[in-house]
Design a protein around this ligand. Structure first.
Ligand code: XBP
Ligand code: MG
Length: 266
């Protein structure tokens, strides 16, 4: 039985990256006198690195203008990242980021059907607080049985730690939940525990195939193939069918086995 829906945040709840985090990063870089900016193409490439701080550090490693010692790079990255989060929060508070299609509806329908809501994200807690207060109101926390952010799970996706903690806090087994994700790294994090994933491709990952997903759609209000059927949009019946198909086919166990085998080989 489907007990909970575990949501990713960036790219899944809202398109936060191109006009949110990226713009705030560029503003913070400017304020700190850092001479480079991230255009959309560069940011698309850097998004393969999860975590804003880690992304910045990764980018600095390839830049001649970056500080030379690892210690100095880390110090600058920390300061820029902190400022970026504060700029991002101000943008979000002004209502500049909207929820993706169908997100509010699916959350409401799940609550109506007794399906729990949880969050497993690699983004900072301050970003989740700002975004969710703006989208769902000041009382948003009461709607979620677990909210796992970067500070709780420092090993970022594709590491499964955020999902492991969300399951623990929601008192759920991997086969009692579905993850909702937008990116390959997010899907891999859920798959490592055998959790089935409904992928709602975000703008930077439209071209991805997501072979390990339980179901793939372009947004929750759009059509999707669930088992043999075509559904006009994702609703509670579709979520239950996706989940039942995933568990019934033993896909979770197969992925868990593959992931364990990979860990042994590595
Ligand atoms: C996406 C991320 C985050 C954001 C920026 O997380 O990788 O790094 O891009 O947020 P998810 P921070 O899709 O798991 O929500 O700067 O706070 O890391
Ligand atoms: Mg995401």
């Amino acid at each position: 039985m489907l007990k909970a829906l575990v949501w990713d945040v960036d790219g899944t709840i809202a398109e936060t990256e191109r006009d949110g985090h990226r713009v705030a990063f560029n503003q913070a870089l400017k304020e700190f006198g850092v001479p480079w900016r991230w255009d959309v193409q560069t940011y698309a490439r850097l998004l393969r690195v999860t975590g804003g701080f880690e992304r910045l550090l990764f980018d600095m490693e390839g830049r001649a203008e970056a500080p030379t010692t690892p210690h100095e790079r880390e110090r600058l990255a920390r300061a820029v990242h902190r400022r970026k989060n504060s700029l991002y929060a101000s943008m979000v508070e002004k209502g500049r980021i909207a929820a993706r299609p169908g997100v509010r509806r699916v959350m409401d329908e799940c609550e109506g059907a007794g399906i729990l809501l949880a969050i497993a994200t690699t983004t900072s807690r301050s970003n989740v607080d700002a975004l969710f207060a703006s989208l769902f109101g000041a009382e948003w926390k009461g709607r979620f049985v677990a909210v796992v952010c970067a500070e709780d799970a420092p090993a970022k996706k594709p590491d499964p730690l955020a999902y492991r903690m969300a399951l623990e806090r929601a008192s759920c087994a991997p086969d009692q939940v579905l993850a909702v994700e937008d990116s390959p790294n997010g899907m891999k994090a859920a798959a490592a525990l055998g959790i089935g994933t409904l992928v709602t491709r975000s703008e930077f990952f439209m071209g991805e195939a997501f072979p390990q997903a339980a179901c793939v759609c372009n947004d929750l209000d759009g059509a999707a193939t669930v088992g043999q059927a075509r559904v006009p949009r994702i609703d509670v019946d579709a979520l239950r069918a996706i989940h039942a198909g995933w568990v019934g086919a033993g896909s979770g166990q197969a992925l868990r086995d593959a992931s364990e085998k990979q860990n042994i080989i590595e």
